[in-house]
Write a protein that binds this ligand. Structure first.
Ligand SMILES: Nc1nc2c(ncn2[C@@H]2O[C@H](COP(=O)(O)OP(=O)(O)OP(=O)(O)O)[C@@H](O)[C@H]2O)c(=O)[nH]1
Ligand SMILES: [Mg+2]
Length: 297
């Protein structure tokens, strides 16, 4: 019998380094939402990529930053959990920011892992001459399997990186079916697409205090999906901003999310959004467990 290989690769890094962009580029489709704001990804999201006969199970994780709130702690905790299960760790660094204190802290956490790799991302946005000193310093900091120079956005350097990661996957039966696939629950995925549009259209801090939940999905006889989602906000003031004048803002969010759902899934859909003030949502266990986060007292 031919040998099979399968293993987990945790994609970790500071918030906004481009981890989700990389995950999507590897899969050739949207798995994980992306925004120009920090702290976009909230939970671990998995996708399966076959490289020849080798199965790579990528885990996109919430970015690491100094946690303040309970939600922040749960997010950073999820990223750390992914590390302990990983057969390889891929640290993503935003080359335009270089080796920050957060990066140093992360290197300390991962340096004893048996397979650690690092990718300097956003190389499209920086001069080559500025990359070399960063790579040289990285070389002194940990025993990397390799240092990759990539642009997740421009799909540069990714194929070589996949080949290198594939070589360290352990011999194992396939842990998932041997096809490229995404392992994200449908309701969570639908809610994430809406949350992404909130990050796009609503400014400043507000998106961090919002949670989106898919409450119900119905299919009518023509195969059209009716998707009901609740947008939880922390105050009446926040609700006003999300809804906008005459409902304009909510309409913009809903239309963009619906188009995205239709594009991603190749279906027709109606999206019904309800904004609800739930001041205490950040302290309710169900709002964590639904997303696969651990709720700590
Ligand atoms: N120029 C450039 N921008 C990039 C690249 N990769 C990602 N970005 C941008 O960086 C921003 C953050 O990207 P994300 O993929 O959401 O980053 P993340 O690491 O998943 O962030 P969190 O989920 O908040 O931890 C977005 O505006 C991306 O478009 C790249 O290769 N080049
Ligand atoms: Mg992300």
């Amino acid at each position: 019998m031919t040998k099979t290989y399968s293993g987990f690769i945790a994609i970790i890094g500071p918030t906004n380094a481009g981890k989700s962009t990389l995950m999507n580029q590897i899969m050739g489709r949207k798995v994980s939402i992306v925004s120009h704001k920090v702290q976009t990804t909230r939970t671990n999201l998995r996708a399966v990529k076959m490289v020849g006969a080798r199965q790579l199970i990528f885990v996109d994780t919430p970015g690491v930053f100094r946690p303040n709130r309970r939600l922040d702690r749960a997010m950073v905790g999820a990223a750390m959990d992914a590390l302990s299960d990983a057969d390889a760790v891929l640290l993503i660094i935003d080359a335009t920011h270089g080796i920050t204190d957060t990066v140093r802290g992360l290197i300390e956490k991962i340096r004893d892992h048996k397979n650690i790799f690092v990718a300097l991302n956003k190389t499209d946005a920086i001069k080559k001459s500025e990359l070399l000193p960063i790579a040289a310093e990285l070389n002194t900091l940990a025993p990397w399997g390799a240092i990759f120079m990539i642009s997740a956005m421009k799909n540069d350097g990714i194929a070589e990186m996949l080949d290198a990661l594939a070589t360290v996957m352990p011999e194992s039966p396939y842990l998932f079916d041997a096809v490229d696939s995404v392992d994200v629950p449908d309701n969570l995925y639908l809610a994430e697409l809406t949350r992404e549009k909130i990050y796009r259209y609503i400014h400043q801090e507000l998106p961090y205090h919002i949670n989106v939940v898919t409450e119900r999905v119905d299919v009518d006889e023509d195969g059209v999906l009716d998707i009901y989602q609740k947008i939880m906000v922390a105050s009446e003031g926040h609700k006003k901003i999300v809804v906008g004048r005459g409902g304009a803002q909510l309409k913009k969010i809903g239309t963009a999310a619906r188009h995205d759902i239709q594009d991603q899934w190749g279906v027709n859909a109606r999206l019904h959004l309800f904004v609800r003030v739930e001041e205490n949502w950040e302290n309710m266990a169900e709002n964590y467990t639904d997303q696969g986060l651990e709720f700590k007292k």
